[in-house]
Design a protein around this ligand. Structure first.
Ligand SMILES: NC(=O)c1ccc[n+]([C@@H]2O[C@H](COP(=O)([O-])OP(=O)(O)OC[C@H]3O[C@@H](n4cnc5c(N)ncnc54)[C@H](O)[C@@H]3O)[C@@H](O)[C@H]2O)c1
Length: 188
């Protein structure tokens, strides 16, 4: 069995990843979302709920597909304090995660990026807790999604647009990423 952790698992990208991962019977999937933007999985997961206790929902009797409604930072801090937290608090057998997909973020599109950059900057705190946890837990694989916002804005003007490539980010001559959203992704 492979243990999979998906943060932001009720969001746009996360929902699709949860459905894809749970389709493989060899995967055990824990997904976490505070539902600030995400959609309650009861509405899209396509399975009857097996049980619900507090902020945890299980979608099968063996605990193969489990949802926790919480701030991902809180769960990360608890797991950092105590490696057996998920077992002790929820009775879950996820001692070690092989693959981790990190989609929990304040995204919100252009209006949010320009309109409330300080709220978007909270992504730095989500990512800081996340990177600290993976440095200790050492999953086999981690996926961190970047964004075109990480690239210098002067390469993304309306005139003379170019196809961006990874080498367009040069840490010696970094340029200016796109608002706090871009700074978060560049930092990540
Ligand atoms: N959608 C895209 O086109 C796109 C492109 C590039 C990168 N990305 C990146 O992919 C990731 C997911 O994007 P998305 O489009 O699915 O966004 P989304 O807003 O649909 O999903 C993010 C999810 O995170 C949850 N969330 C926010 N803060 C949380 C917290 N503190 N604890 C727990 N859950 C929290 C939200 O409720 C939401 O469900 C983000 O990192 C985003 O930057 C997305």
């Amino acid at each position: 069995m492979k243990n999979i952790l998906i943060s932001g698992g009720a969001g746009f990208v996360g929902r699709n990843m949860v459905r894809r991962m749970m389709a493989d019977p060899n995967n055990r999937v824990l997904f976490i979302d505070n539902l600030s933007v995400g959609t309650d999985p009861d509405g899209w997961i396509g399975l009857e709920k097996y049980d619900e206790k507090g902020n945890m929902k299980r979608y099968d009797e063996h605990g193969r597909i489990v949802f926790l409604k919480d701030d991902f930072r809180v769960i990360l801090q608890e797991m950092n304090r105590d490696g057996s937290y998920l077992k002790k608090q929820f009775g879950l057998d996820f001692e070690y995660f092989h693959d981790v997909f990190h989609f929990a973020a304040i995204v919100g599109g252009r209006a949010m990026i320009d309109g409330d950059p300080i709220q978007v900057a909270l992504d730095l705190s989500i990512d800081a807790e996340f990177f600290y946890w993976i440095s200790r837990h050492k999953p086999e694989r981690v996926l961190y999604p970047s964004s075109s916002a990480a690239y210098p804005v002067d390469l993304q003007s309306e005139s003379g647009a170019i196809a961006l490539k990874e080498t367009d980010i040069d840490f010696k001559r970094m340029g200016q990423p796109d608002m706090t959203y871009g700074w978060t992704k560049l930092t990540g």
